[in-house]
Ligand binder design. Structure first.
Ligand code: SAM
Length: 288
């Protein structure tokens, strides 16, 4: 048995996993890609040494990243998924019968291929006729989109380091707003509230420059450093807290009750944004 030690981004913390088997190790133009096995979590996808998903708990993240907005938007027909090369977010979006078209925009085509081979149940939506795969930078894709053409945009990127940083800038959020329809909504992960407090606040502040409605929700996840994972929302006019479409699809964690409970309470949010909550791990991302 060997051990894999993951460095948490932006904070001096490590998490260690037993590895029973290494199934794949390769390097793409963009990053190191590994597929390993852990006795409890099953297969794990690692990019540049950071855990992207495990077979055992991926549903917590993929369901919460996608279904909150997909149930809050009154009629999500045209969707963009940026990043998410493993296919998990795409799979969840496709469960919605309203969806007519999904642009799946991943910068690294190798991640898509590795996921299709080693995580077929996660990458199960890639061949759906509603899906158009584009292998390119998500920020470039969004900048070139026509105005008011998309209902929901979902960013499932790696940590806010290197080429993923293009997806967390003021310019990108403004371009996202430009291509959303009147009731359009946007969500991106924004790291952990417990490990990356200042990152969470910073993403909220940048979003507020682009969107009239900005909000924050969170869900638990055993294998992302900081465990209490956050999701930042920008909306053209509707509150993402409200469920506008009843929950009919099969899920393991998400339901309409969790939807409401996952949003950060108003008091906690105000204190967080005002810098009145202090704890040791502030974990700030760098824009350069
Ligand atoms: N949810 C996972 C996490 O937080 O650890 C991320 C999973 S998914 C595999 C992340 C994907 O985002 C990677 O495959 C990476 O290549 C892709 N990605 C990063 N930056 C990107 C960008 N600027 N445009 C498109 N895809 C990007």
């Amino acid at each position: 048995m060997i051990r894999f030690v993951e460095e948490a981004p932006f904070v001096p913390t490590q998490i260690s996993y037993e590895i029973s088997n290494i199934l794949y190790k390769g390097r793409s133009r963009f990053q190191e890609i590994e597929v390993v096995e852990n006795p409890d979590f099953g297969r794990m996808l690692l990019l540049d040494g950071a855990v992207q998903l495990t077979e055992a708990d991926e549903f917590f993240y993929h369901e919460m990243l996608t279904h909150v907005l997909m149930h809050s938007h009154p009629n999500p027909r045209r969707v963009v998924v940026i990043g998410g090369g493993d296919g998990g977010a795409l799979r969840e979006v496709l469960r919605h019968k309203t969806v007519e078209k999904v642009f799946f925009v991943e910068i690294d085509g190798e991640v898509i291929k590795v996921a299709e081979k080693f995580f077929p149940r996660v990458a199960s939506g890639n061949k759906d006729p509603r899906v158009e795969i584009r292998v390119m930078d998500g920020a470039e894709f969004i900048k070139k989109r026509p105005k008011s053409d998309i209902d929901v945009i979902i960013v499932d990127s790696t940590d806010i380091i290197g080429f993923a940083r293009t997806l967390f800038t003021q310019d990108f959020f403004k371009a996202v707003r430009n291509c959303l329809r009147e009731e359009g909504m946007f969500v991106t992960h924004s790291e952990s509230i417990l490990f990356h407090r200042d990152t969470v606040v910073k993403v909220q502040k940048i979003l507020k420059d682009a969107f009239p409605v900005v909000d924050l929700y969170a869900s638990p996840l055993a294998t992302y450093p900081g465990y209490w994972w956050s999701y930042a929302v920008g909306s053209m006019k509707l509150s993402p807290r409200e469920v506008r479409r009843p929950h009919k699809i099969k899920t393991k964690f998400y339901d309409n009750e969790i939807h409401g409970q996952s949003f950060i309470t108003k008091k906690f949010y105000e204190k967080l944004m005002a810098g009145k909550l202090d704890w040791a791990l502030k974990g700030t991302f760098s824009e350069k």
